[in-house]
Design a protein around this ligand. Structure first.
Ligand SMILES: [Zn+2]
Length: 212
């Protein structure tokens, strides 16, 4: 890990900048879980499962260790444009921090530039940085908005996230349609109703229902 902990952007991104994920410790714990549920971790099908799960956590939780500087990597441009920029239907995959089960869905992001714009492909990567962690949807929504606000200092940022939560679809009350929508509005999107409506109307146009 070589991400500077004291950097301003990194502190907004709330990274784990001084530790690597411990694959060995996760494998060992998964082996213990297998034993604890009464399974035989040595049987053929499960032999490699602990390490496989650990490696998948490494990928699913990579957002804690994404370097924001590398992510942005020179993709900020000075462009005299002050209209709304909207990137909608960004697919994301996250893990709820209460059950460590997936929640997946779509994020819609908009901002109104003041001086700078950011390369289009970077917005989904910012969403990834915050979704690939143990999360709660409300917090993730706010983090995406605040990070974009810090990087671009725009006149406003809006983030709407719609997601389906496995933890309520497959356990507990088993509500099959466990869809949740969260939003964070900053700056002009918060203050100006017509700006907010322009964004909300845009993202509702042709929107498909979420499904697994
Ligand atoms: Zn949950």
């Amino acid at each position: 890990m070589d991400i500077a902990c004291d950097d301003h952007l990194n502190s907004i991104a709330s990274l784990f900048c001084d530790s690597d994920i411990d694959i060995k410790a996760i494998s060992k714990s998964i082996q213990d879980i297998l034993k604890a549920i009464g399974e035989d971790p040595e049987r053929e099908g499960l032999e490699d499962t602990p390490e496989r799960v650990a490696r998948s956590y490494e990928e699913l939780l990579a957002g804690y260790r994404t370097d924001p500087q590398k992510l942005i990597n020179g993709a900020l441009f000075d462009v005299p444009y002050d209209g709304m920029v909207i990137v909608r239907d960004i697919e994301f995959y996250s893990m709820c921090e209460h059950h460590m089960l997936p929640f997946i869905g779509r994020a819609h992001v908009a901002y109104i530039p003041q001086e700078k714009i950011i390369g289009l492909s970077k917005i989904p990567r910012i969403v990834d940085m915050f979704s690939r962690r143990l999360q709660i949807q409300e917090k993730m929504t706010r983090q995406i908005a605040e990070f974009i606000d810090a990087v671009l200092k725009p006149a406003g940022v809006a983030v709407v996230v719609e997601a389906l939560h496995m933890c309520s679809m497959i356990r507990g009350v088993k509500k099959h349609d466990s869809r949740m929508t969260t939003s964070t509005m900053l700056g002009a999107f918060r203050k100006d109703m017509s700006t907010r409506m322009e964004f909300l109307n845009n993202i509702s146009r042709g929107a498909e229902r979420l499904h697994f």
